[in-house]
Design a protein around this ligand. Structure first.
Ligand SMILES: [Zn+2]
Length: 374
């Protein structure tokens, strides 16, 4: 699995100047290469390289490999969007590879190319980052963040072996409760929803205003909500992954396609933030689970809120209200979100234990309650 470490450099005052100059020079070179690409409507790395390589080296004092990296950065930027000329901030981060950057883990230093020649700079990092660094592979970004220089090396970790699960935690994602699992545990988004509620009034006011300043504030508000929702997702997905690891179970989530459709159908006006939040949750949980050696399966969510997890009877009327489930055939009743999670759990179990399909699953599966009183 690929992860990015964050290593803080401790340059001398002189080295700081050299790093600053390097960022500026490389980004200026990127801008020059970008203009050339735009003027010639030529966006492939090889062709840009052909057009600007010597110019970049000469005019901006880049080493051969630094020029190659600068061209790659420009070509990457155009891969995303060829509609406008791409520009680069003077102090935007730049990529290094192992030919122009080398870590010395025993000494705690890096040897890094700069426009003033090679620099040997001490670095500091926590234990976790230090452990990651042992798996450093490929590129590292040099970034200037709030007055400090950082290296962000890509690290390629061996995946934790996946434990054989003894059961499956189904996780149903919702709006009132961010998530409900098949044990009946609810992961509330109360604070998240109250933040959104507070913002809703402000948002309407700003939308009515419609001025430039109001639009800017609206955008800021959206970013703030996303950040907060991302944080909530981080906390909840971590708790679920830890629970699954502790209890040696896999996790079943509705597949992301399903989430998108369901949200759109239910609440079209709210879909953007929510579908973003659901995707973000799925990504975070999958990532945390993988690190913990917990298996994640994505299952078909169709009818998961209408099917009875005990007898299998499926009918819309099984769910008389948003929050209640009551089977019209066998009488099994529980909170609707938990029932949906139970169904995901059953489907997940079918997925992790391929040889035992169908009804056998239902009987084998520990967390499906047997009594209608549950
Ligand atoms: Zn039933």
């Amino acid at each position: 699995m690929k992860l990015t470490a964050k290593i803080k450099l401790q340059p001398s005052p002189q080295q700081r100047v050299a790093l600053m100059e390097t960022l500026q020079r490389v980004n200026a070179a990127c801008n020059a290469a970008s203009e050339w690409a735009w003027a010639n409507k030529t966006f492939g790395q090889y062709k840009i390289h052909h057009g600007v390589y010597y110019d970049l080296k000469e005019r901006f004092g880049l080493s051969a490999q630094a020029a190659v990296r600068a061209v790659a950065k420009v070509a990457d930027a155009y891969k995303l969007d060829k509609k406008t000329v791409r520009t680069f901030r003077p102090l935007g981060s730049i990529a290094y590879d192992n030919r122009i950057l080398r870590f010395n883990l025993t000494k705690g230093t890096v040897s890094i190319w700069s426009v003033e020649g090679r620099l040997t700079i001490p670095f500091v990092c926590g234990e976790y980052q230090g452990n990651l660094l042992a798996y450093q592979k490929g590129e590292s970004d040099l970034a200037y963040i709030k007055g400090e220089f950082y290296l962000l090396p890509t690290c390629d970790l061996p995946d934790a072996p996946l434990a054989k699960p003894v059961g499956v935690i189904g996780v149903d994602l919702g709006i009132v409760n961010i998530a409900t699992d098949s044990d009946g545990e609810r992961y509330s988004g109360k604070r998240l929803n109250s933040v959104r509620h507070r913002h809703r009034r402000l948002r309407r006011k700003l939308q009515r205003k419609g001025t430039k300043g109001a639009k800017r504030r609206l955008k800021k508000l959206g970013q703030k909500e996303r950040r907060f929702a991302g944080h909530v997702n981080h906390t909840i997905s971590k708790r679920i992954a830890e629970k699954a690891q502790r209890t040696h179970r896999a996790v079943a989530l509705e597949d992301l396609q399903g989430i998108r459709q369901r949200v759109r159908v239910r609440r079209p006006q709210r879909s953007t933030l929510h579908s973003w939040a659901f995707h973000d949750f799925g990504r975070k949980l999958a990532y945390k689970a993988q690190r913990a050696g917990v298996r994640v399966v994505f299952v078909d969510p169709r009818n998961s809120s209408r099917e009875c997890p005990r007898c299998g009877h499926t009918e819309r009327a099984n769910r008389p209200t948003q929050s209640t489930f009551q089977c019209r055939v066998c009488g099994f009743a529980d909170h609707a979100d938990k029932v949906a999670a139970l169904n995901l759990s059953v489907r997940g179990w079918a997925a992790v234990s391929q040889p035992y399909l169908g009804e056998a699953n239902r009987a084998m599966h520990g967390s499906v309650p047997e009594s209608p009183l549950l």
